[in-house]
Every structure is written in structure tokens, then in C-alpha cells.
Design a protein around this ligand. Structure first.
Ligand code: PNS
Length: 166
């Protein structure tokens, strides 16, 4: 039996914290589906297709070549329905802190209530404890240096986006 999990998120954009969790989880499951969940009514900072490309470009080459990680977008759907369609047996979330846990626990319990699917929490690398997509965007927009906190392709994409706006 193939073990398959889903790593859901907005990934707007993917950070080094995300990449770390996806990479570590890939050692535990046969297949990992990185699910970019988005609200079709909201634009976000990066278009969904660009978010997907950036995740692909940011994963370690060996993992990319393994073919065991898929990146797919899902709009306006319950995560549990996505998991059912994908025949995934677990949802995986990275946790940076107790605050993350407080935010994630009700969702994990609700998802289990809905279909019985379990959520597995993976402790994030403390090196990225302060890293979130929203904080990265805010710091970068105000001229801060986010080198080392996001993958190089993401930094390049943010710089290109800024150059376009100027
Ligand atoms: O990266 P984020 O923004 O923290 O990801 C949150 C996300 C997209 C994983 C969460 O909002 C979600 O699961 N959305 C899908 C809709 C859904 O199933 N909502 C009910 C959750 S109990």
C-alpha cells in the first residue's frame, strides 16, 4: 500500500520553513502532495500557478527527481474533500510554536470529525521559527533582508515583482 500525505497551505510564497517540513515528511511517506489551497475570490501576492512553480523550483533536486512529491492547486474546497480525492491518509502541518498549535488544533479536530483523517504535526526547524509568508512579505516590502529565510527562486521572484512595480 502506498502511503500518501497532504501538506496543505497557502504558500504565498513558499518559505525555507515549508521546504524543511516537506523534505523531512518525504522521508516518512511514499508520496507527498503539496496542496496549494486558495480562495478564488482573493488574489494573493503571487498567482497560484507562480506559487506552484516556486515550490517546484525550491525543493531539493533529489526530491524533485524522485517523483514522490506532487504540487497541486485546489480552489474553494474543504481540505478533507481534497484528501479524500487524493486518497491521502494524513494531513501534515509544521509547527513553529505553541501559538501555531493553538491555531491548528481546532482545524485538526474538525478535519478528523468530518472524515476521520488524522493530522500529524511536525516540529519546524527552530532556525525558521520566526518565518512566515506574511512576515517575509512585510519585511521585504519595507526593505528588510530576507536572505536565507526563503529559497533563492522566491527571493528572485519577489525582487522581480518589486522591479515591475517600480
Ligand atoms: O498556509 P495557511 O494559510 O496557514 O493554510 C491554511 C489552510 C489553507 C491549510 C487552511 O485554511 C485550510 O485547510 N483551508 C481549506 C478549507 C478548509 O478545509 N477549511 C476548514 C478547515 S477545518
Amino acid at each position: 500500500m502506498t502511503t500518501r500525505c497532504v501538506c496543505p497551505g497557502s504558500y504565498d510564497p513558499v518559505t525555507n520553513g515549508h521546504v524543511d517540513v516537506i523534505t523531512r515528511v518525504a522521508a516518512l511517506f511514499d508520496e507527498v502532495v503539496v496542496a496549494v489551497l486558495h480562495n478564488p475570490a482573493k488574489t494573493g501576492s503571487f498567482p497560484v500557478q507562480r506559487r506552484i512553480e516556486l515550490i517546484h523550483e525550491s525543493l531539493p533536486a533529489q526530491l524533485q527527481q524522485s517523483g514522490r512529491v506532487r504540487v497541486e492547486a485546489f480552489a474553494g474546497r474543504l481540505l478533507v474533500d481534497v484528501c479524500r480525492d487524493l486518497e491521502a491518509t494524513a494531513i501534515v502541518k509544521g509547527l513553529r510554536s505553541g501559538t501555531d498549535f493553538a491555531y491548528e488544533l481546532p482545524m485538526a479536530l474538525m478535519n478528523r470529525h468530518l472524515t476521520g483523517i488524522e493530522t500529524i504535526f511536525v516540529p519546524g526547524d527552530p532556525a525558521y521559527e520566526h518565518v512566515s509568508s506574511s512576515l517575509i512579505k512585510e519585511v521585504f516590502a519595507l526593505g528588510g533582508d530576507v536572505t536565507g529565510l526563503v529559497p533563492d527562486p522566491v527571493l528572485a521572484a519577489m525582487e522581480a515583482q518589486r522591479a515591475q512595480r517600480e
